[in-house]
Design a binder for this molecule. Structure first.
Ligand code: HEM
Length: 270
């Protein structure tokens, strides 16, 4: 990381992260705490993370502990446990495969909800279970995608060289500006194939890992790529005087969000 990026990075990490770093320095890779009366172990070793999320997931770590929705959403995928989770995950998984999403077409994301609902009706979930899945997909899919897109447009605005490179690649792959028929290949250097191969996959887990990972990952990536491609074809994002630089991340809430809303100037491309 160059110095400027490092500075930006240091000042935009959350207070929560800084607290975790302090604890890590003091106690090392594994430490314990209590969530109320429930003992909790925090693990930061990639090999142990892999054991929990993948190798021993089915035998020991399949359920989410205390962090699950209650009430009517208890029967939703994130809340369901053991055999019930397996049943629901098995019937939902085929709708989220790359093949199924491709079938719908890159530009046909609006077609997805009705196709999805009708396939749920066919696989024998009860009405209450279908309602729980539909509700959780809105909850799990909306804030995550919108906050990822907000951070992304912010990063593009403060890194105009990268934004220009992205626009050039998108213009090259999709010259007619009509629609997204082929996926752009743009990939920030940090995530390029060569660099990615050297990174331990259990150190960066935006969608989790193993059998209980994010079922909507491919759908989210596809939606976000389509949104970014179409935005980049028509607009350029720039910082303005209201833009908070560096971004200060709020210590509150489950989702990472800035203390002040992200405000950017949007210029129509000629
Ligand atoms: C940028 C967007 C998204 C991010 C960063 C994200 C992240 C995550 C993470 C970290 C988990 C927990 C994984 C684990 O425990 O290992 C998860 C689970 C889940 N996500 Fe996402 N997600 C996103 C979008 C979506 C979308 C669009 C949907 C639905 C259409 C969705 C549905 C779910 C569901 C149902 C679970 C629970 C899976 C289970 O318990 O079997 N997510 N997501």
């Amino acid at each position: 990381m160059n110095q400027r990026v490092q500075q930006l990075y240091n000042s935009s990490v959350s207070m929560e992260w800084q607290v975790f770093m302090e604890i890590f320095k003091k106690y090392g890779k594994i430490w314990g705490t209590y969530d109320g009366r429930q003992p909790m172990l925090a693990i930061t070793d990639p090999e142990l993370i892999k054991i929990v999320l993948v190798k021993e997931s089915y035998s020991t770590f399949l359920n989410r502990g205390n962090f699950i929705p209650r009430g009517k959403l208890e029967t939703s995928l994130p809340g369901a446990q053991d055999e019930k989770w397996k049943r629901i995950r098995t019937v939902l998984s085929p709708t989220f495969t790359t093949g199924k999403l491709k079938e719908l077409g890159f530009l046909c994301i609006p077609k997805w909800p009705p196709t999805f609902l009708s396939s749920l009706l066919r696989v024998g979930l009860t009405d209450a279970e279908i309602l729980a899945q539909a509700t959780i997909f809105i909850l799990a899919g909306y804030e995550t995608v919108s906050s990822a897109l907000s951070f992304l447009t912010y990063e593009l605005a403060i890194h105009p060289d990268i934004q220009q490179k992205l626009q050039e690649e998108i213009d090259k792959v999709l010259p007619n500006k009509v629609g997204v028929t082929q996926r752009p290949t743009v990939c920030p250097n940090r995530f390029s194939k060569e660099v990615k191969e050297q990174i331990n996959p259990y150190t960066y887990l935006p969608f989790g890992a193993g059998p209980r990972n994010c079922i909507g990952m491919r759908f989210a990536l596809l939606t976000m790529k389509a949104a970014v491609a179409s935005l980049m074809q028509h607009f350029t994002f720039q910082p303005c005087k209201e833009t908070q630089i560096p971004l200060v991340i709020s210590p509150k809430g489950i989702f990472r969000k800035p203390t002040k809303p992200i405000v950017l100037k949007i210029i129509h491309r000629a």
